[in-house]
Every structure is written in structure tokens, then in C-alpha cells.
Design a protein around this ligand. Structure first.
Ligand code: GDP
Ligand code: MG
Length: 745
């Protein structure tokens, strides 16, 4: 800080020495000191809210103003050396009352009194700059509760004197302000301190003289339209005090100043008082109605704005200034409280952003508590600091702050829900699979539906807990109903998928059973061919003639086996809540697959080697054994050729019989198409993906049911016939030989 037109930087740390004499708020170049906030925090006034007071002193040059303030408030404003009558105070200085609690009698001074020492108004040395008088008066009126008017006793009654000029300015300026601010312009106290009071004229008389002068000034004012009838008492209260000569009566001066000092405390308006009769010598001067209602931490910015308007000769509109200040301060407070918010919240935001980036969003521990605390603290801190400002601005800025933090918290909230959703679905799927695996290991039949039910309940309650954990009271998004129902939907989808997988496993098990069962039963049927007389393999018929009904029997065995399999499948599938549609699809697939199993089994039995073996056995059985099943011993007299031919022809009938799977009664293929049925409407493409097409069932195959039932092609039949005949011939030759051999023996 300096007195020659340059202010220290805002950033510099204030020192005790620097502020010993207070701070120059306005310098002689009419510049406002931007470091005022530093001073107010140095003096610990900033956090005081409304608990502070502002006093300005006015008066002619060198009337002992600074001296008075120093005695009253323990300040150290510069005073003129007694032997050098030059102006000392330049611009406007401010200092905090240093005497707050130093008053002797029980009447302690008010807290945080800030005193402004205003450059003398009729400065001989600044005559060229008359407008500073007006500017400083405006500034003082816009800020101060009490204006001390310092005046020599011998100036009282000199109506044309400099003081009266000053008062005229003050009144005019006040009307100017009042025009713009009809609602809130507070009253001010004009406190006349009469110096060098000789005592010959009582204070009461001096007061009357002053009141007459003031009234005269007021009535002589050019009042703006609408305010012509206004009275001085509408705007000002008046108080009067007299002090003895400082140099001639130094002791009395000190004690009277002390008495005067005790009046700078909170006061209350007596309803019977009026503006002029209000003054009781012992009353507190700070009435709440004088207070400008500028919160202490906003005072600097308010004062600066006001001064800028004054200096630039703009209309000073205090309500607007107060709103601007409120905006400025509320923004500042917002930024301050957001710092604390950031400190807590940014680490979570970073973690979540990182998780999203890597595609590994995780549930963040401690997030909910952090969110709630951060919101509560931030809003509370804002309320504490900002609620003193203009109500409308405060409410708007609070809304802005809340929506800012709620917006950020909402992102965190939803991120957490997504993470809980993702991990919940995965955990659910894993838990069900693990339980199924454990059930399979034990071998016992496990209850799939029960597992799903239990794990779903787990998953839902876990999600609910996570979601509830990040609810924040007061935030407008505190609901997760929709997210919960999406989660539930996904769980249902997953459990549907798991159930279908479980159905597949079941289907595979049942198919395996079908394969082994058919392998056994159909094998027996074919083996029975080898006996040539039917046999133990086909107990249902047991007749030789039943060879022709082999396909009827195989079809029946097939149908029965699959029926049993269907029953097993249905029972089990129902136990885990498969829908009727899903069961239908499973059964449909089972029938198709079973047909594939049977077809493969038949193809295996009909492989050339197997078939030839069966034919040969069949033939040998018919040729070598008689009707009673006794082996023949060939004699030369036997009709070997006749028996041979009969047996061979009988066996040869098997080849066309075996070449087609058809009913022995109708010579038509079994009703495979009807039996399998159409694909159920519930079947999905995935259900059909791994199925082998079946002729006559899947039309687009272009293969008829007859073709599906064709077991041996004509060429194959020809080939097998030729080879069988050769084998039979061999057996015949051998028999012939043995007959001759038996004869020679
Ligand atoms: P300011 O210009 O109004 O601030 O006046 P100062 O406080 O600088 O004082 C101007 C001169 O008046 C100084 O020489 C003071 O010693 C002197 N002075 C201060 N108080 C009194 C007083 O009560 N009576 C008289 N006669 N002189 C005083
Ligand atoms: Mg001075």
C-alpha cells in the first residue's frame, strides 16, 4: 500500500506493520484499493456476516477529525503535526476499531466497528477538485450507518459556512440514492460532534441552532418529483455531542471522548422518539435500521462496485449493486465450497471414468457415504455463507449449485448402478452354473428351479443394497425403480438362457439313454435274423414268419423307447419351470435326434460285412438244420440241392425286405413325419441349427419319406445278392463234399 497512487498486489501477504494505520480504500487518484479484502480478513471482519458497523467522518479540513477518531477508536490515522498546517488525510482511509472491549463502564462497544476517515471536504489544497466531496459523500452514504459530522463550536450557526455546503451535498446525494431505492434505502444517523465546546452555550442550544439550519437546508433543496413533500426526518436521525478543547482541557477532552465512545454500541429505537428528539446522551447509536445489510465478506466487492459507479458518474442504483454483489459473492462462495466437494468426489469420478474406459466398471466402496457427506457439507457451507445475500440471487445460485453437484452425483449414482448391474448379472450366472455343477458332481438330481430362485433373490437383494447405498437425500434423482426393473429383466433373460442350457444338458442325457436303449433292442432284432427262425432276440413274435415284420417291430420298439424318453424329459423339464413351449421344443428335438440315432443304428447293422454275415447265418441256419432244429448229416441220397435252393431263396427274400423301412401290412413307410410333427412355434433358429435334415419331414430337403426310408440302394442290393449267392454256393459245395466223404467212409 502506498499513498502515492499505487496499491500493493492482492496476492501479497499482509504484515502487521502494513496495516498499522489501517488501509487507504480510495487514494488521491480516486482509485479503489483492490486489496481491501486482505485487510478485512487480516482484521477478521470478513467472517462476521452482518455483525459489523461502518462509520464515516465528515467535516472541514483540519478540524481534528482524524484526532477524534484516533482517540475514540484507538486508530492511528495520520494527523497533522501541530506546527505544520497541511492536509494529512488523502482520499478515504479505513481502520478497525481497536478499542472494542477497552471501555471502562459496562457499556462495551459493538463488535467490528470499521471507521472511514474521509479527506477534508473543503480542502484548501484541493479546491480544484470539488467533486470529490460529492463522490465521497455518496460513497459514505451507500456504505455507512453513522456519519459523524465534525464541526467547531464557532462554526455552528454560520449557515453559509463550508459545513452547511457539505450537508447540502449529503442531503442531495441521499435523495438521489433514495429515488433509485424506494424500498430498502435505510436511514442513517447524522452524528454532530461539536469541537472546542466552551460550555457557555449549552449543547441544547447548539443543537437547536443546527436543527434550524438543517431544516432550512432541506427546504431549500431541489427535490426530485414525487419527493417534494418529503421531510428530512424521513431519511435521517440526528444525534449531538460536544467535546471540550483538546489542548486547553486535555483531561476533560479524554474523559468526554471516552464517554462518547461508549455510545458506539447496539441501540434500540424508542417508539416515542422522532428524528430530532431521539438523542439521549447515553443511547447506543447503532440501530439495526441503519445497517446496509451488506455481508462482511461481500463488503469489498460491493464498495468497489459502488465506487466504480460513482467515479464513472453513472447513476448509483444500490439495489442493483447489491444484486450484482450478491451474484459475484454467491459465485465466489460456490467456487469455494465446490473445492471441498471436488476433493471428496473427484477421486471417485476418476476411478469410475477409468473403469468405463477399460470396460471394467466396478462397484466403488464408500461412494454413497462420500456422496451424501459431500452434498450435505457443500450445500450447508453455501447456505451459511451465502444466505445473507440478496434472497432472490441466493436462491437462484443455490439452485445452480445444487443442480451442478446433483448432476455430477447423478453420473456417479448411475455409474454405480451400472456396475452393480453388470457384476450382479455375472455373479448370478456364475452362482447358478456353480450350483448346477456341484449338483451334477453329487450325482443326485438337483433342483434347477430352486437354484435359480435362490440366486435370483440373492442377486436382487444385493443390487438393492448397492443402489440404496448410493441414494442421496435431497437429490432429485433419488430413485432406481427403472434401473431395478431393467436389472430384473436381465436376470430373467440370463436365467432363461441358463434354463435353456440346462434343457440341452437334459436333452443330451436323454438322447444318450435313447442311443443305448435302441442300440440294444434294435441290435437284438437284427441278431434274430441270424437264427433264421426268429429267436430269443424277438420275444414278441418268436416266429420264423416274423422275419417279414422286422420293421414293424423296430418301429414299435423305437416309438416305445422314445415315448419313455419323452416322459423322462418332460418330468425333469417341468421340475425346473420350463415353459410348455420350451418343453415342446425339447420333445420335438428329441424325436428328431432319436430318429437320427435309429437311422445310424440301422445303417451300422446294414453295413455290407454285417449284412452278409447275417444273410449267411440265416441261410446256414435254414440249410444246415432241419425243421426241429437238429443239424443235418448229409448223405448222398439227401436232396441237398433242393434244400439248398429252398434255403437260399428264403434268405434272398430278406434283401428286398431289409432294403426298405416299411410296414409289412401296408408296404408304406412308417408315419415318421406325423410322428415328429411340425416345429413348435417356440422353436428359435438356434434350436434348429444343429439338427440333421430328415427326408419327408423337412420338405425343403427335396427328399421324400420313401427316400429317407431307403436302406439299400438297387446297386447295393445287386451287389449283396451276388456276394451272398457266392457264399451260399460255397456252403452248398462243402455240404455236397461232406455227403460224398461220409459215403466213402
Ligand atoms: P483533520 O484534518 O480534521 O483530520 O485534523 P487533524 O486530526 O489532523 O488535526 C488538525 C490539527 O488540529 C492538529 O494540529 C491537531 O493537533 C489539532 N487538534 C486536534 N484536535 C483538536 C481539538 O479538539 N481542538 C483544537 N483546537 N485543535 C485540535
Ligand atoms: Mg485527517
Amino acid at each position: 500500500m502506498s499513498v502515492n497512487g499505487h496499491f500493493a498486489n492482492m496476492g501479497e501477504k499482509p504484515t502487521k506493520e502494513q496495516y498499522e494505520r489501517g488501509i487507504q480504500v480510495i487514494n488521491e487518484n480516486q482509485e479503489f484499493n483492490p486489496t481491501l479484502p486482505n485487510y478485512l480478513s487480516f482484521e477478521k471482519v470478513s467472517p462476521a456476516g452482518f455483525n459489523y458497523h461502518l462509520i464515516s467522518v465528515f467535516g472541514s479540513q483540519s478540524t481534528g477529525k482524524s484526532t477524534l477518531l484516533n482517540y475514540l477508536f484507538g486508530t492511528e490515522f495520520g494527523v497533522m503535526a501541530e506546527d505544520d498546517r497541511r492536509q494529512t488525510t488523502k482520499g478515504i482511509w479505513m481502520s478497525k476499531n481497536k478499542k472494542s472491549h477497552a471501555v471502562t463502564d459496562s457499556k462495551t462497544m459493538a463488535d467490528n466497528i470499521l471507521v472511514m476517515d474521509v479527506e477534508g471536504t473543503d480542502g484548501r489544497e484541493r479546491g480544484e477538485d470539488q467533486d470529490f466531496e460529492r463522490k465521497s459523500a455518496l460513497f459514505a452514504l451507500a456504505t455507512s450507518e453513522v456519519l459523524i459530522v465534525n464541526i467547531w463550536e464557532h462554526q455552528v450557526g454560520l449557515y453559509q459556512g463550508a459545513n452547511m455546503g457539505l450537508l447540502k451535498v449529503v442531503f442531495e446525494v441521499n435523495l438521489e440514492l433514495f429515488l433509485k431505492d424506494k424500498k430498502s434505502n435505510p436511514r442513517s444517523l447524522l452524528f454532530f460532534v461539536i469541537r472546542d465546546h466552551l460550555g457557555t452555550t449549552p449543547l441544547a442550544n447548539l443543537r437547536n441552532t443546527l436543527i434550524q439550519d438543517l431544516t432550512r437546508i432541506w427546504s431549500g433543496l431541489n427535490k426530485p418529483p414525487g419527493l417534494e413533500k418529503s421531510k428530512i426526518g424521513d431519511y435521517f436521525d440526528f444525534a449531538f455531542a460536544a467535546l471540550p478543547h483538546k489542548i486547553l482541557q486535555p483531561d476533560r477532552f479524554v474523559s468526554e471522548v471516552e464517554k462518547l465512545g461508549s455510545r458506539f454500541r447496539e441501540g434500540f429505537r424508542d417508539p416515542r422518539r422522532d428524528a430530532f428528539k431521539s438523542d439521549q446522551e447515553s443511547d447506543g447509536v447503532f440501530l439495526s435500521e441503519y445497517h446496509r445489510r451488506i455481508p462482511a465478506d461481500g463488503f469489498s466487492i460491493y464498495a468497489q462496485q459502488v465506487w466504480d459507479q460513482i467515479v464513472n458518474n453513472k447513476d448509483l442504483d444500490l439495489p442493483t449493486q447489491q444484486e450484482l454483489m450478491a451474484q459475484f459473492r454467491c459465485d465466489e462462495i460456490s467456487r469455494e465450497v465446490l473445492e471441498g466437494f471436488d476433493e471428496t468426489i473427484i477421486p471417485f469420478e476418476n476411478k469410475q471414468a477409468e473403469g468405463t474406459r477399460l470396460g471394467q466398471l466396478e462397484v466403488l466402496g464408500g461412494l454413497g457415504a462420500a456422496m451424501r457427506t459431500a452434498r450435505m457439507k457443500t450445500v450447508k457451507a453455501f447456505e451459511t455463507e451465502a444466505s445473507r445475500y440478496h434472497k432472490g440471487v441466493y436462491a437462484r445460485k443455490k439452485g445452480e449449485l445444487e443442480s451442478k453437484i446433483d448432476g455430477r452425483l447423478k453420473v456417479l449414482f448411475q455409474g454405480q448402478l451400472s456396475a452393480a448391474h453388470k457384476s450382479g448379472v455375472k455373479d448370478f450366472s456364475d452362482a447358478v452354473s456353480a450350483a448346477v455343477k456341484a449338483g451334477q458332481k453329487k450325482g443326485a438330481s438337483y433342483d434347477f428351479a430352486e437354484i435359480v430362485d435362490r440366486e435370483k433373490k440373492n442377486a436382487l437383494s444385493k443390487y438393492d443394497k448397492e443402489a440404496r447405498g448410493v441414494l442421496v437425500e435431497g437429490a432429485p434423482w433419488s430413485s432406481y425403480k427403472q434401473e431395478m426393473s431393467l436389472y430384473q429383466k436381465d436376470l430373467n433373460e440370463v436365467s432363461g438362457r441358463l434354463r435353456r442350457e440346462e434343457m440341452r444338458r437334459l436333452a443330451t442325457r436323454v438322447e444318450r439313454w435313447v442311443r443305448s436303449r435302441l442300440g440294444e433292442l434294435v441290435g437284438l432284432e437284427f441278431n434274430a435274423l441270424g437264427s433264421g427262425r426268429g429267436g430269443s432276440g424277438a420275444p414278441e413274435t418268436g416266429e420264423r414268419g416274423s422275419e417279414t415284420e422286422i420293421w414293424d417291430r423296430i418301429w414299435n420298439v423305437f416309438i416305445k423307447t422314445v415315448q419313455e424318453a419323452e416322459r423322462r424329459f418332460t418330468d425333469r423339464a417341468k421340475s425346473f419351470d420350463a415353459s410348455p413351449g420350451e418343453v415342446d421344443v425339447g420333445l420335438w428335438r428329441l424325436r428328431r435326434k432319436s430318429w437320427g440315432v435309429l437311422r445310424a443304428k440301422i445303417d451300422e447293422e446294414m453295413m455290407e460285412g454285417n449284412l452278409l454275415l447275417k444273410l449267411r447265418e440265416n441261410f446256414e441256419d435254414k440249410f444246415r438244420y432241419d425243421e426241429a432244429g437238429v443239424p443235418r448229416i448229409w448223405r448222398p441220397t439227401d436232396d441237398i440241392e433242393g434244400i439248398y435252393t429252398k434255403a437260399r431263396e428264403s434268405t434272398l427274400t430278406l434283401i428286398p425286405l431289409l432294403s426298405r423301412f416299411q410296414s409289412s401290412h401296408t408296404s408304406t413307410p412308417p408315419p415318421l413325419d406325423d410322428w415328429i410333427g411340425n416345429a413348435p412355434p417356440e422353436a428359435t433358429p438356434a434350436d434348429e441349427e444343429d439338427l440333421t435334415p430328415i427326408g419327408g419331414v423337412d420338405e425343403e430337403e427335396g427328399k421324400s419319406l420313401e427316400e429317407e426310408m431307403l436302406i439299400l440302394s438297387d446297386a447295393k442290393k445287386q451287389d449283396v445278392t451276388t456276394r451272398f449267392k457266392k457264399t451260399a454256393d460255397g456252403v452248398y459245395v462243402e455240404a455236397k463234399r461232406s455227403a460224398i466223404g461220409g459215403m466213402t467212409q
